[in-house]
Design a protein around this ligand. Structure first.
Ligand code: ADP
Ligand code: F6P
Length: 318
């Protein structure tokens, strides 16, 4: 079969090991594998290249995606979408593997509904797809943030301050939740849970009265300005409060072991399903197993935000 792969939306550490797994297992099982550069935009523009075993040499440790990625508004317009389908036809692509987040997989579903055979693989730092426990890239992002929080903690503690750290994640609070728990943040502000600033201020004052010299709050980017929050927090507590925005640092870096293994397993599974003529699936992971779901079903699953973890954080990060 002629299999094409593209990476789309926000890049995520682990996309390179994922492409590597698809290319090498695809060729091993006798398929031809093509890479499409720059996501859906590259597909519209016909940026299709044949990949071989060596094309994916020395990429396993690299962050980002060597195929490139894009946000493509044109793909969401009829004209661009038709061009994308034409390119798949011209290059005789039998199945397209889409690696990306929520938006990219919605794009894959649209292609499926137009009669294209697709497979979806979740790759995004946001972990915002409910059908899978983890998206590729999430753990590396957490490792990066955890390191940053430790550094922020050093200086915050030395000065007896508070620090409000804005984290990515779009409308999903998982990055704040997991990085907050791992980094020992005193509070997280996430879209999944209402925030009572008086409660947060009270916790900080009680901590200060016990002799505590730092208070770290992770705020999801969906929760509004970290500066406004920091101002309010400072005026309620009297604690000197700074703001840190790690920004795109969260998306870069060498993929961690977890992401490399997850990417290798998911890429391999996609090829195994194609070998069995199973298409239009989303690959995922549940309870440490690799799973598949019908692509059209994944967007109706309920949020998997872990109120359990939030509860643990509230009790032990005081
Ligand atoms: P991510 O995949 O990381 O969530 P985006 O939401 O930006 O990133 O989606 C990546 C691309 O997928 C978009 O630029 C667009 O081309 C395509 N896309 C997003 N949402 C849809 C949709 N609802 N229908 C069709 N294509 C979509
Ligand atoms: O989807 C990944 C992500 O990093 C989000 O967390 C963030 O909101 C967005 O991408 C930023 O996108 P861009 O690179 O287009 O600014």
């Amino acid at each position: 079969m002629n299999i094409a792969i593209l990476t789309s939306g926000g890049d995520a550490p682990g996309m390179n090991p994922l492409i590597r797994a698809v290319v090498r297992s695809g060729i091993y099982y006798g398929h031809k594998v093509y890479g499409i550069e720059s996501g859906y935009q590259g597909l519209i523009e016909g940026k299709v290249i044949e990949l071989n075993e060596s094309s994916v040499g020395d990429v396993i440790q690299k962050g980002g995606t060597f195929l490139g990625t894009s946000r493509s508004p044109s793909f969401q317009e009829q004209d661009g979408f038709n061009k994308a389908i034409n390119v798949l036809d011209i290059f005789n692509i039998d199945v397209l593997i889409v690696c990306g987040g929520d938006g990219s997989l919605k794009g894959a579903l649209k292609l499926k509904n137009a009669g294209i055979k697709v497979m979806g693989i979740p790759a995004s730092i946001d972990n915002d797809l409910a059908y899978t426990d983890y998206t590729i890239g999430f753990m590396t992002c957490l490792e990066t943030l955890c390191g940053l929080i430790s550094k922020i903690r050093d200086t915050t503690e030395s000065h007896g301050r508070a620090n409000v750290v804005e984290v990515m994640g779009r409308n999903c609070g998982d990055i704040a939740l997991y990085a907050g728990l791992a980094g020992g943040a005193e509070n997280i502000l996430v879209p999944e849970c209402p925030t009572d600033i008086d409660e947060i201020a009270k916790k900080a004052i009680l901590g200060k009265n016990r002799g505590k010299r730092h208070h770290i709050i992770l705020i999801s980017e969906a929760m509004g300005s970290p500066y406004e929050f920091a101002d309010k927090f400072q005026s309620l507590t009297g604690i000197d409060t700074k703001v840190t925005i790690p920004g795109y640092i969260q998306r870069g870096g060498s993929p961690c072991v977890f992401d490399r293994i997850l990417a290798s397993q998911m890429g391999f599974r996609a090829i195994e399903e194609i070998n069995k003529n199973n298409f239009n699936l989303a690959i995922g992971t549940r309870k440490e197993s690799i799973i598949t779901r019908n692509l059209e079903e994944i967007f109706s699953e309920e949020s998997k935000f872990s109120y359990n973890l939030l509860n643990i954080l509230k009790i032990i990060s005081i």
